[in-house]
Design a protein around this ligand. Structure first.
Ligand SMILES: [Zn+2]
Ligand SMILES: [Zn+2]
Length: 73
């Protein structure tokens, strides 16, 4: 079972249950057209992640691109 944990533009971040202890790359971004988005992670970690406590979001995400319809966020 997976759940949506974050939204950005037309994209939604799906995380599968039981993976909450894994921090980086624990979920997958999907565009609203259903395609898996290409994610770039160039942002610095937030304060809580820098201390080793995951904030629960994909805070290092810098850009999302949909390879099918060209949407970006
Ligand atoms: Zn964070
Ligand atoms: Zn798309």
């Amino acid at each position: 079972m997976s759940s949506v944990v974050e939204f950005r533009g037309s994209f939604r971040y799906m995380e599968s249950g039981g993976d909450r202890l894994r921090r980086a790359g624990r979920g997958i971004w999907y565009d609203r057209c259903g395609e898996v988005a290409l994610a770039e992670h160039d942002n610095p970690k937030c304060d809580s992640c820098r201390r080793g406590v995951s904030c629960g979001f994909d805070c290092t995400l810098s850009k999302l691109v949909c390879p099918r319809c060209g949407a970006t966020a």
